[in-house]
Design a protein. Structure first.
Length: 135
């Protein structure tokens, strides 16, 4: 028996959350509940990085209150982590929506355009503007 037979190949860990958010420091600006909701969304996405879960499901997966989920979704949308898309169907009381996790290259351009991050000449993020709506 050779030593190679005891070696088991491990699969590389995959995360639907773009690594650029962490490297730039934008992820550090999130509140604890918003980061929990982001991890729950990432856990429930399909291979196209979208999901149509409701707030109650996100509340159960993240372990926080439903009203906190609403505020966290606003915060995640402010920093371009997610994009909410209204789907046809449903009613006024029960709207259908899809949550899409954004890629860093598209979110970065939007954050620069909206003046939420500042970059230097080497294209590194030097400043992230705090969320003014966060209490």
């Amino acid at each position: 028996m050779d030593e190679g037979s005891n070696y088991r190949k491990e699969k590389e860990q995959f995360s639907a959350i773009a690594w650029g958010f962490t490297q730039s420091g934008v992820f550090a600006q999130l509140s604890g509940s918003a980061s929990k909701v982001l991890i729950a969304i990432a856990s429930l996405t399909n291979r196209y990085r979208n999901t149509s879960v409701i707030n109650n499901t996100l509340s159960r997966w993240a372990g926080i209150n439903s009203s906190t989920v609403k505020n966290s979704l606003r915060e995640l949308e402010y920093y371009q982590f997610i994009k909410r898309i209204s789907l046809p169907g449903g009613s006024c009381a029960h709207r259908k929506r899809m949550i899409v996790l954004q890629r860093w290259d598209t979110a970065r351009e939007k954050l620069i355009k909206e003046n939420k991050i500042n970059v230097d000449k080497e294209e590194k993020v030097i400043h992230v503007r705090p969320n003014p709506f966060r209490k």
